[in-house]
Design a binder for this molecule. Sequence first.
Ligand SMILES: Nc1nc2[nH]cc(C(=O)O)c2c(=O)[nH]1
Ligand code: SF4
Ligand SMILES: [Mg+2]
Length: 251
Amino acid sequence: MKVTADIAELRDDIASTRLVVNEIFGPTVQGEGPSAGRRCAFLRLGGCNLSCRWCDTPYTWDWQGVSDTGRAFDPRTELRLRMAEDVLDELLAMTVPLIVISGGEPLNQQNRLVPVVRGLRDRGVSIEIETNGTVAPSDELVGLGVRFNVSPKLAHSGDPEHRRISPTALKRLQNTPDVAFKFVCKTSDDLTEVGRLQERFGLEPVWIMPEGKVQQDVTDNLQALADEVVRRGWNLTTRLHVLAWGDQRGV
Ligand SMILES: Nc1nc2[nH]cc(C(=O)O)c2c(=O)[nH]1
Ligand code: SF4
Ligand SMILES: [Mg+2]
């Protein structure tokens, strides 16, 4: 009886939920962080509460052309309001063991994500959420066993500190069971800034990722940072999809 009620509830939930989607793509591999190299597919949601200069997905939020590319994207081209049920079916059809949910900032739609995440989890699929660390995840989402790859933004993003650093959200994320803090860096000064944030919020584990949308920038920045990252006791990740496919969408 209880199970029947739960299933009915889940069906209602998923049938009435809509998500603002930018793109769904895969199979590919997770290009960044602790799962780099793992076979996966992506759900990229629309909208972001930050506006980082060097953002590599301005097409999810930049309707004015304020990021470095200077290009204004059209939300009518980039965004689709899609039923959670259809999104779930499309992701399951990829038959991959891992779904990465990114954006934009996916936690801005976290309540609407719950039925999709639950549907994936119930079928044995792992879920990682790429977030900028300014939105605290709900207990419900955390309880579904999601891994959070948190990328707090540094001063070089151009976002004011009060917008890019949320002590409440960072503390909540630090206390989730499966978390990694992944910082996009270019210089040794960036690493000093990461060190200060780590101390202030007790962030663990720290991963450093080179900034770069093209192979050369990823490689140059990786080489410039590697020694100091190791010396500071942190982890280092490349951007595997950029090395493999360059500056392309949907990979
Ligand atoms: N392959 C691949 N791996 C990724 N990891 C994080 C990504 C992101 O855009 O958040 C990303 C992406 O766009 N592609
Ligand atoms: S938080 Fe991420 S998606 Fe949002 S503007 Fe910054 S880099 Fe782009
Ligand atoms: Mg990306």
